[in-house]
Design a protein around this ligand. Structure first.
Ligand SMILES: NC(=O)c1ccc[n+]([C@@H]2O[C@H](COP(=O)([O-])OP(=O)(O)OC[C@H]3O[C@@H](n4cnc5c(N)ncnc54)[C@H](O)[C@@H]3O)[C@@H](O)[C@H]2O)c1
Length: 290
């Protein structure tokens, strides 16, 4: 199935960049959130990322500034923001990127089932939750699939195409082809909690969270040591701030519920989330963000 038009639901940390990736591949996309200000933030993010991408091409002399200006208009012009389901009546592929909570996701899937054409594939950007439970909220479980991008979505190539119990082979094939259409590298995986990447990544980061808590270490010192050792480009606490503390906490909780104590839920992160400090998106987490 060729995707002529797509939609993204949720214009937060991931949604704005996912819409940008789709638009940059030449496909019109609708970006929906619950409030106009959230839609504007997502559109702003898409524009910022596009400017950065084109600016790099200009500085490498691959395109002229005039061409960059024209392409900026073309790419951002393919993204339409909305707070309703306007424009969902003729989409072929929808990516849900709302908070990592099953009741919110199921409500969105049920709504999408009503507003999109019957042939449309409904995909979730979930980091760890079961696609099958989202499919249960629709009348087309065979057309529901996981489609998991990584942060930042405009740069990271990998997409996990996640097979639910009812996902058809045709849907998996269409999702794989769509990932390639938007210049990503798809891998297919089962819906075990955390799929492949987060199951591995969070098991490693869990140990850093555990030791930091048990030894009462300073998070910024731990980040600095890890960064200076060149094990990773940024430390795990700074990374968590960028990803969104609420999102990472929900994933860590889900992995601990699923796999037991080998996954650790950081009390420091719980405290920050309880206080509404969710990292870069709220301006404060383990760090202050300008
Ligand atoms: N943050 C990451 O690094 C990352 C990476 C990969 C996958 N994910 C997954 O992507 C999803 C979204 O994560 P995020 O970090 O972008 O979250 P976020 O909190 O930054 O953004 C979620 C957005 O969804 C909106 N929303 C809530 N209910 C909605 C509804 N009913 N309809 C439309 N919009 C609604 C919110 O207003 C918000 O703007 C989660 O499933 C998460 O696990 C996140």
């Amino acid at each position: 199935m060729y995707v002529f038009k797509a939609a993204v639901v949720g214009a937060g940390t991931m949604g704005g960049e996912i819409a940008q990736v789709i638009a940059a591949a030449g496909i019109p996309v609708v970006l929906k959130d619950v409030k106009g200000e959230f839609v504007e933030t997502g559109l702003g993010k898409a524009e910022e990322v596009t400017r950065g991408m084109l600016g790099r091409l200009v500085s490498k002399e691959k395109i002229t500034q005039e061409q960059a200006d024209a392409q900026l208009g073309e790419i951002t012009g393919r993204i339409t923001g909305t707070t309703e389901y306007e424009g969902f009546g003729d989409v072929d592929f929808v990516i849900e990127a709302v908070p990592e909570r099953m009741p919110i996701k199921q409500a969105v899937f049920s709504e999408l089932d009503g507003v999109t054409p019957g042939h449309a594939i409904l995909a979730s950007n979930t980091s760890s939750l079961a696609v099958t439970a989202m499919a249960d909220a629709t009348s087309r479980p065979d057309r529901v699939v996981g489609f998991h991008f990584f942060y930042p979505a405009s740069i990271m190539r990998l997409v996990e195409v996640v097979e639910g119990e009812d996902t058809s082979e045709e849907t998996l094939q269409a999702a794989t082809t769509f990932a390639q259409q938007i210049r990503k590298t798809p891998i297919r995986c089962g819906e075990g909690p955390g799929f492949v990447v987060n199951r591995i990544l969070l098991s490693a980061i869990s140990e850093v969270w555990r030791v930091t808590h048990e030894e009462d270490l300073d998070e910024k010192d731990v980040d600095r040591l890890i960064q200076e050792s060149k094990m990773a480009p940024v430390g795990p606490f700074y990374l968590t701030d960028l990803l969104g503390l609420d999102t990472v906490l929900h994933v860590a909780e889900h992995l601990q519920e699923s796999y037991g104590e080998r996954f650790f839920v950081s009390p420091a992160m719980e405290e920050l989330v309880d206080a509404g400090n969710l990292g870069q998106k709220t301006g404060r987490g383990f760090y202050e963000h300008g």
